[in-house]
Write a protein that binds this ligand. Structure first.
Ligand code: SAM
Length: 284
């Protein structure tokens, strides 16, 4: 640490930004798609940023990854085929693969540089997921994949960057329509939809598209410290009834899965769908 520490300030919003002290810069590079930076912060551990926006930190990533994976997989109850779009750091794949019932995970990441970088500098995040024989890593644009593939999935998880740069297409109505076409009967689509207090239009637009596509269209919430400004929203779309799965059934399924999450509990799962008024109003 120097006498005058450097501070990282997130550049996602023009009028608001989280700052983290940079205790040590570990890596900086251009992947060809994005500018990647890894630094250390005493509270959050290793912090990965892409184009000036925090993607993940080793201290709080478990909250986001557990809530994105376990809510749809345990609600579905029989998810065998899972598609991840984005997620190059490997943290989401790690959580999905904790479910022994999941037979096949296809991960479509646009930037091979993020995967290579994370494997080298954040090995605890993927925790062997990239070597799991159930994982099929495809380096491609998620939009191109859902357009060209004819495969069907029980759960589709969009773990993308925000709607600027390569991630922008993954927030469009036509993307959501094509993702839906890749869902098997009863399948569930879950999307990263930002922090509604800070990015209300992002959620409003996504939910408008979800309502036109799905019988059950809503979002659920998780509080992730480095996605600051209030709870973050995860979009939820399905034509099935998985959202009604009772808490005691979720509890049985988690017990059968045989692992202990750090954030996710069946009670948190049920409560995450209770929306404060300002978020619920973005759904209408
Ligand atoms: N949880 C994180 C967040 O919201 O801050 C996202 C983490 S993950 C690193 C995001 C990944 O999405 C990045 O590795 C990026 O390369 C990938 N990505 C962005 N646009 C994409 C696209 N069109 N198709 C596939 N992957 C994409």
């Amino acid at each position: 640490m120097t006498d005058t520490p450097e501070w990282f300030r997130e550049t996602l919003c023009p009028d608001y930004g989280l700052s983290l002290r940079v205790d040590r810069v570990l890596q900086e590079s251009e992947t060809g798609h994005q500018r990647l930076r890894l630094f250390e912060n005493a509270r959050f551990g290793r912090v990965l940023t892409l184009d000036g926006v925090i993607q993940t930190t080793t201290a709080d990533e478990f909250i986001y990854h557990e809530m994105m994976a376990h809510v749809p997989i345990l609600a579905h109850g029989a998810a065998r085929r899972v598609l991840i779009l984005g997620g190059g750091d490997g943290g989401l794949a790690r959580e999905v693969l904790r479910h022994a019932s999941v037979e096949q995970v296809t991960m479509v990441e646009i930037d091979a540089g993020v995967v290579a970088f994370s494997r080298e500098h954040l090995p605890g995040l993927s925790a062997g997921a990239f070597d799991d024989p159930r994982l099929d890593l495809v380096i491609a644009d998620g939009m191109a994949f859902v357009t060209q593939s004819s495969a069907q999935f029980d759960v589709i998880l969009v773990d993308s960057t925000d709607p600027v740069g390569p991630g922008e297409v993954l927030f469009t109505d036509s993307f959501y329509g094509r993702a839906k076409a890749r869902l098997a009967e009863g399948g569930i689509l879950v999307t990263q939809n930002g922090v509604p207090f800070i990015q209300p239009e992002e959620l409003r637009q996504s939910m408008r598209a979800f309502r036109a596509l799905f019988r059950d269209a809503t979002c659920y919430l998780a509080t992730v410290p480095t996605y600051s400004g209030g709870p973050m929203a995860l979009g939820w779309g399905t034509d099935g009834t998985a959202r009604q799965t009772p808490v005691d059934v979720l509890r049985d399924r988690l017990e059968a899965a045989g692992f202990e999450p750090r954030y996710y509990t069946p009670e948190v799962h049920a409560a995450a769908f209770a929306l404060p008024g300002y978020v619920a109003r973005l759904m209408t």
